[in-house]
Design a binder for this molecule. Structure first.
Ligand SMILES: [Zn+2]
Length: 625
């Protein structure tokens, strides 16, 4: 093994001392101009929290697995890169890196790895041409004296099959699939590649994603769970910081404060509050606080575990990278979006800034909170309703039906809920349904009337024969036979219905699970407008109704399952939503023109035809002018 020692590098090290990766980086690493925000020589004091992690990845540490759960803009990608380069240079061996997808791997190689090697002339000399003909350019393979580097991606099983490595870097593992080409979990496959080596080193790193699905959270839990603690500049006199280590603090969202104006813009500079003394900590203090000189250090919260785990949020991003003001602004935006029922920004904020997983709380809709959506309508059908649909659930001893009014952007108004009791093997209960569905007129404030435009009838219960018979003759009145599709990710409505024979109606397999995702999203919407669900103050919409509506929760697999016995209210709402999709109504277009009301001359119900041409004509004749 040839180790290149140079002037100023030794700094008192005996020749048999091993050089750690952080030391190697300080003395050799040049950040390439193109791909670095701060090009030039690597400085450990810029990101002091990375030092220990690089030290643990060094040969003289007995640690085999280092796991990092992190926010963005903290420099962790460079830890993997410094590790690869230092091993190539000082401790040559087989090295494997796995990234989520090929495009990322290619970009990493071309923009980061290759320029970083070229920037270190003595290392560059050690790199030979790649052996593989397929990779003559050396994008995914690099041969060097005493070892080889291979770069793969998580969606290709070949990344794991062909290569054993002493050093394995698994980057951004929360974007890895759960299974790669039926070979298993790529994260585990990646770890296994190092099994044959004593002194193996495995670096696993990622921003987290969704709670319970996050791979990096699972890995971090299986570690000693270190967090970065610093002295408070108020509690701890700077000149005595190293001796006076009582009150160590972390940067957290709970300690973070900012002010905003009515438009949501951040006013002044955000700050942290010390949990011990209540002192205000300005952002510029963080350089000193994070530095080794202050006594800042990683403290394990699960001490004694054999694997090292590190967790760091983006509040620690060095001055000049990602500022607290930016983080505050993102926080405001995320909460604004959340109030509108969109939790995507908050999830992103929690994942990429706080390094926290996001718990989808939609399975926890509180029936009491939803009950607060009950209001007195100004008419049976409120102004915002553009079209009415219905969902019908078939039980052995009754039919349950809900009529729902839909407005712009899926804002909805429950209009009526009926239960028709009676043996559903008999005819009587079905004729009452027929009467209700096709002959009931619902009044608007201006005196105009609406009827149910499209309805969906569940045929998946015990009364398949009877419900088929009912649906067969009413297809042209847009009553559709449906059945819940089994797959979790089945589309809301199928491209076309299935039909076995002419004695049965066309059957629509609807994506009930997907629809429940949507509806639970809407239940969480607290602000009137897109997605908001309105309920009338009718006796049917009582506590029992809301218990049923919120009777299901989503499992880890993404599948909705009921945790209360009765869930018909949810079922009929799901079918009414499927009916909206099957109606072919584009509510954005209808909004421009007004609701679908019944023409005063139309006594037989709105529509009798199903061809597009016919439907369009009827709609236009029914539209208010
Ligand atoms: Zn303090």
């Amino acid at each position: 093994m040839s180790v290149v020692y140079r002037d100023g590098f030794m700094r008192g090290l005996k020749p048999d001392d091993k050089v750690s990766i952080d030391e190697w980086a300080e003395n050799n690493r040049i950040l390439p101009t193109k791909s670095s925000s701060e090009p030039g020589a690597w400085r450990n004091d810029r990101t002091p929290y990375l030092r220990e992690i690089m030290w643990e990845m060094s040969p003289h540490s007995a640690t085999e697995q280092v796991k990092v759960i992190k926010g963005t803009q903290l420099g962790f990608t460079e830890v993997g890169l410094n590790t690869i380069l230092a091993y190539m240079d000082l401790y040559p061996c087989p090295i494997l890196m796995v990234m989520p997808v090929e495009t990322l791997a290619k970009k990493f190689s071309n923009a980061k790895l290759t320029p970083s090697i070229k920037a270190i002339p003595h290392l560059n000399k050690k790199i030979k041409n790649a052996k593989s003909i397929d990779d003559g350019g050396g994008t995914f393979e690099k041969d060097f004296d005493g070892g080889m580097f291979s770069l793969g991606w998580s969606y290709s099983a070949s990344a794991f099959a062909s290569f054993s490595a002493k050093v394995v870097v698994l980057d951004d593992v929360d974007r890895f699939p759960d299974d790669v080409e039926d070979e298993g979990d790529p994260l585990e496959l990646g770890k296994n590649r190092a099994d044959a080596f004593a002194g193996r080193k495995i670096y696993i790193n990622s921003t987290p994603t969704t709670k319970d699905a996050s791979k990096i959270e699972r890995e971090f839990e299986d570690s000693d769970q270190r967090e970065y603690f610093m002295p408070c500049p108020h509690c701890t006199p700077k000149e005595h910081a190293l001796q006076h280590r009582g009150n160590m603090i972390r940067f957290t969202i709970d300690a973070f404060r900012y002010e905003k104006d009515s438009s949501g813009a951040i006013v002044g500079d955000p700050y942290m509050v010390c949990g011990h003394c209540g002192g205000i900590i300005d952002e510029h203090e963080k350089s000193w606080m994070m530095s080794a000189a202050s006594g800042a250090k990683w403290i394990p919260l699960n001490p004694g575990h054999i694997h090292r785990g590190y967790k760091l949020n983006s509040f620690y991003s060095p001055l000049g990278w990602l500022g607290w003001k930016n983080i505050a602004q993102e926080h405001v935006k995320a909460h604004k979006a959340m109030k509108r029922g969109n939790n995507k920004l908050l999830k992103k904020f929690m994942n990429t800034r706080l390094a926290e997983t996001f718990e989808e709380e939609i399975e926890k809709v509180d029936d009491d909170v939803l009950m607060e959506h009950v209001e007195t309508y100004e008419a049976q059908v409120p102004e915002g309703v553009l079209v009415l649909t219905a969902g019908i659930d078939t039980q052995d001893d009754r039919l349950e039906i809900e009529v729902v009014g839909w407005g712009h952007l899926d804002e909805s108004w429950s209009i009526d809920y009926r239960v028709f009791h009676g043996d559903t093997r008999g005819k009587e209960v079905w004729s009452r349904l027929d009467e209700y569905l096709f002959h009931t007129r619902f009044k608007r404030k201006d005196g105009s009337e609406m009827m149910v435009h499209t309805s969906c009838l569940d045929t998946g219960g015990h009364r398949t024969k009877e419900s088929y018979a009912f649906a067969l003759t009413r297809f042209l009145r847009r009553l559709y036979a449906i059945k819940g599709a089994k797959p979790v990710d089945a589309p809301i409505i199928p491209r076309k219905p299935t039909r076995k024979d002419r004695k049965k109606p066309p059957l629509f397999n609807i994506g009930v699970n997907k629809i429940k995702d949507v509806i639970y999203d809407y239940m969480m919407t607290d602000e009137k407008g897109a997605g908001y669900m309105h309920f009338p103050d009718l006796p049917q919409y009582d506590k029992g109704y809301f218990k049923q509506l919120t009777a299901e929760k989503r499992e880890k697999s993404g599948r909705w399952v009921k945790f209360r016995e009765r869930n018909e209210a949810l079922d009929v709402r799901v079918y009414a939503y499927a009916a909206l999709h099957l109606s072919g109504m584009d509510l954005n277009i209808i909004k421009e023109r007004g609701p679908v009301v019944v023409a005063s001359t139309d006594t037989a119900g709105v529509a009798t035809g199903t061809t597009k041409k016919r439907r369009r004509r009827i709609i236009s004749s029914g539209v208010r002018r």
